[in-house]
Ligand binder design. Structure first.
Ligand code: PMP
Length: 396
């Protein structure tokens, strides 16, 4: 008789992953997440972090964190609705609203939580959520938590979106269109001006998850809405505080009404403890730095362009990215993982990304160039790509 507590059904699935060549043992990072790291005891150039601006280990953020701990301690103490907002968290929401040029910003403990909590709170049965097919998993999960109906349009295909909108206007009360601002696996930017126009035509609300646009696109990294000059025409602007901002957390910027409602209905905030002061203090410093100077965002774009051009010239397929996210498409899952392993052996850490994160047969290594990389590091990485690419017959 099988013993259910041995979790045989899971062991079998794990074996399947091993057979498919996609089983992974996560490496151990022995240094801060920076442009060069020690992973599993080996020094490698890091092309795997979302630390776009190099803020994750920045001395100014560290100092702000230490000060926040001294002033407010290490923990928030309880969920906000029980203990209230600590002053620093209020300061963070104020500076984020200013940065995003919106009336208000509501902070969550992570970007994932932000999508999980906001989508559910602002939709109900009788509404419809219309989502780009390549939207992030947290949007999919957030939508699943909502009782609203769901529609999915083909990736960045405005005809497909309009067809659903046309049908929906007759059937549903509120319509919410959701898109990633920057698509995290391909680095392309949403067609936000067209989406906003369609939304206005069909009286729909718009929701942009700018996890990879915040700190990257727009003036001083204000994001995709700013990049397209669409302030006041997007209802919900989501950002993470874990990527370019270098810390952890997420937020939605929008109207005061949105803020008031989320304060009463955003379940991850109602039922889970707030960000710790150390994170909050560091984030405030990061936003202050972005508003002070474009030094970091300029360097990020310069490095990204440099690296992308070099890989393209060698004949790698870098897809159609418009942002620093640089995918190198390999295709087959096990070949992708082998490419990533061989790059590691040659001193470059870049994760293989395969199904189910991306569609089957479109496995890739996703290079994340940051403002912190030196040109020497990027040149060294390109050399390793060329060597392994030739060995594995990947160059076109
Ligand atoms: N949305 C998008 C588009 C993302 O790429 C991510 C991070 N992978 C998230 C949300 C979640 O953000 P966080 O890591 O801050 O929870």
């Amino acid at each position: 008789m099988s013993n259910v507590h041995e979790l045989t059904f899971l062991k079998e699935k794990i074996e399947e992953l091993k057979e498919q060549g996609v089983y992974r043992k996560l490496p151990v990072l022995e240094t801060p997440s920076q442009s060069e790291v020690i992973l599993d005891g080996k020094k490698v150039i890091n092309l795997s972090s979302n630390n776009y601006l190099g803020f994750a280990n920045h001395p100014r953020l560290k100092q702000a964190s230490i000060k926040a701990i001294e002033d407010y301690g290490v923990g928030a103490g309880a969920v906000r609705t029980i203990i209230g907002n600590y002053k620093l968290l209020e300061d963070l929401e104020t500076i984020l609203a200013e940065f995003k040029r919106e009336e208000a910003a509501f902070v969550y403990q992570s970007g994932f939580n932000c999508n999980a909590g906001t989508i559910q709170a602002i939709t109900e049965a009788g509404d419809i959520i219309i989502s780009d097919e390549l939207n992030h998993a947290s949007i999919i999960d957030g939508s699943r938590l909502s009782k609203a109906n769901k529609g999915i349009y083909k990736h960045s295909d405005m005809d497909s979106l309009e067809a659903i909108l046309k049908e929906s206007r007759k059937k549903y009360k509120n319509i919410l269109i959701i898109t990633d601002g920057v698509f995290s696996m391909d680095g392309d930017i949403a067609k936000l001006p067209e989406i906003v126009e369609l939304a206005e035509k069909y009286e729909a609300m718009t929701y942009v998850d700018d996890a990879h646009g915040s700190g990257v696109l727009g003036e001083s990294g204000r994001g995709t809405v700013d990049h397209f000059g669409l302030h006041g025409r997007v209802d919900f602007s989501i950002g993470t505080l874990s990527k370019a901002i270098g810390v952890v957390g997420g937020y939605v910027a929008g109207s005061k009404t949105m803020y008031e409602w989320l304060n009463h209905r955003a379940r991850p905030v109602l039922f889970s403890t707030s960000l710790p002061p150390a994170a909050t203090g560091a984030i405030i410093e990061a936003i202050t730095m972005l508003m002070e100077s474009t030094e970091y965002t300029d360097r990020l774009w310069d490095n990204a362009k440099y690296f992308k051009e070099k890989l393209g010239k060698l004949g790698f397929n870098t897809g159609h990215s418009e942002t620093p996210i640089t995918p190198v498409i390999i295709g087959e899952e096990s070949k992708t993982m082998e490419f990533s392993r061989k790059l590691f052996d040659n001193g470059v850490f870049v994760s293989g990304i395969v199904f189910p994160t991306v569609p089957k047969g479109t496995g890739r290594v996703r290079c994340m160039v940051t403002a912190e990389h030196t040109k020497d590091q990027l040149d060294e990485a390109v050399k390793a790509f060329e060597k392994v690419g030739r060995e594995m017959n990947i160059l076109e």
